[in-house]
Design a protein around this ligand. Structure first.
Ligand code: NIG
Ligand code: FE
Length: 423
């Protein structure tokens, strides 16, 4: 017995399932239908083979008018829950002041800590909700949200509670919360901070978050400090993630491999050996092309992560210092323009790659039995997601089987993408 549908999307010109099919990495099915019952897909495939039980009047029935449908984006690295504004720093950097110099003067992450730590859960959640809504309008259906702007434990926990409030809001993306206790440089007694994180922080965060992340970097935290916290975090039930090799080669990627972390993120200064180590340990490499563009320095190693045999994800890093952007489509474009990924590889990095970077097996591809998180594009061509720079390609966003953004798809004139993309 097939469950009765609650949502049907018909007349899909091309369905990007995201699963390898006949040598096509994107698994494109032409002339397709999506059917969901509740939050899950019951069918994702060709309309000729679609079978579903009779439709009742309350089924949401969407005509995609020949548009392309892709999986919802999984944005696997963001610092969404901040208060304050660092536009002035952005302008100062354009005049030649470096990120590190700003941090030495007490600005940078520390200035966001001052603004955020003073805020209530409600204030932080309100600021983050506006950003989360923009993410969803651009096709993001799942977003990872880090703390890291609290420093002091109760302020870190307020950030996590704000992240949970976003996830609990049915109108906003699904949230995976990450405790990021080692981010802003410690202001007082470093040992006291580490002890508190290891003894109380990870335990209290473990009821709120799925991951623990650390900023392993010169001027932030050392490999030994990061190892100590991540080992304690795992014992408390939080899986490790690392900011690694962002501004210098810090040793974070090797630590990620040694700990079999879920992901290592940034990686601009990682060597090919570092990346092979991630592949062997099955650590997903997350590239953050927006932050790399804003800060300058070497390009994120998207193509090199794949060459090393590891899974690659692309994410926004949405934060007030290095990348104020909610747009996964823009990150996909930047991953193609500057990080060595093909458009197909970049699209997969933003969907199934993002799910891998969060250890999620129930999303990132469109397959019966998984979550119905999908985006109907304005276009007949999935290539436009990468090719049309800075535009919003999302016409209709569906999360857990419900339409959460956009309206009826209006398909622009244009050709369908070649049905067998390379890569
Ligand atoms: O991912 N690298 C450290 N953290 C952020 C930046 C945070 C900030 O500048 O506020 C990043 O780039
Ligand atoms: Fe980050």
């Amino acid at each position: 017995m097939i469950d009765s549908p609650s949502l049907v999307v018909r007349n899909i010109g091309a369905l990007v399932t995201g699963e390898m099919r006949d040598g096509d990495a994107l698994g494109v099915v032409d002339d397709a239908v999506l059917v969901a019952s509740g939050s899950l897909l019951t069918y994702a495939g060709s309309s000729a083979r679609a079978r579903f039980s009779p439709m009742s009047a309350d089924v949401v029935d969407i005509d995609a008018r020949g548009a392309t449908v892709i999986p919802g984006f999984v944005d696997a690295h963001t610092h969404l829950t901040w208060l304050g504004d660092r536009g002035g720093e952005y302008a100062a950097r354009a005049e030649g002041v470096t990120y590190e110099e700003i941090a030495r003067r007490g600005g940078g992450i520390r200035s966001t800590v001052r603004a955020t730590a003073a805020g209530s859960v409600e204030q932080i959640a309100r600021a983050a909700a506006a950003r989360a809504r923009r993410m969803q309008e651009h096709g993001t259906t799942t977003v990872e949200v880090k703390s890291g702007y609290g420093l002091e434990l109760s302020a870190e926990l307020r950030q996590l509670d704000a992240a949970i409030a976003i996830g609990d809001d049915e109108e906003l993306p699904d949230v995976i919360a990450t405790y990021l206790p080692l981010h802003a440089p410690a202001e007082g007694d470093r040992e006291a901070l580490l002890t508190e994180v290891c003894e109380r922080g990870v335990r209290e965060a473990s009821t709120r978050a799925r991951f623990c992340d650390v900023f392993c970097e010169e001027g932030a935290y050392t490999v030994d400090e990061c190892r100590r916290v991540l080992v304690a975090a795992r014992a408390a039930g939080l899986e490790p993630k690392l900011h690694a090799e962002q501004r210098t080669r810090s040793g974070g990627a090797q630590l990620a491999a040694a700990l079999r972390a879920t992901s290592a993120d940034h990686l601009e200064h990682a060597t090919d050996d570092d990346l092979r180590g991630l592949a062997v340990a099955r650590v997903t490499g997350v590239i953050l092309p927006g932050a790399a563009l804003v800060l300058g320095g070497p390009p994120p190693p998207g193509g090199r992560i794949l060459d090393a045999g590891a899974t690659v994800a692309v994410a926004t890093d949405c934060n007030p210092g290095t990348c104020y952007s909610e747009s996964m489509p823009l990150m996909i474009s930047l991953a193609v323009a500057g990080c060595g990924l093909t458009p197909a590889q970049a699209l997969l990095a933003a969907t199934s790659g993002g799910a891998a970077a969060l250890g999620l097996r129930d999303r990132g591809v469109l397959r019966a039995g998984l979550r119905c998180d999908a985006v109907i594009l304005h276009s007949r061509s999935w290539l436009d997601v990468a090719y049309h720079l800075g535009a919003n390609p999302a016409a209709t966003v569906i999360r857990a089987g419900l339409v959460v953004a956009g309206g009826d798809p209006v398909v622009e004139d244009g050709e369908a993408a070649p049905s067998r993309p390379s890569g």
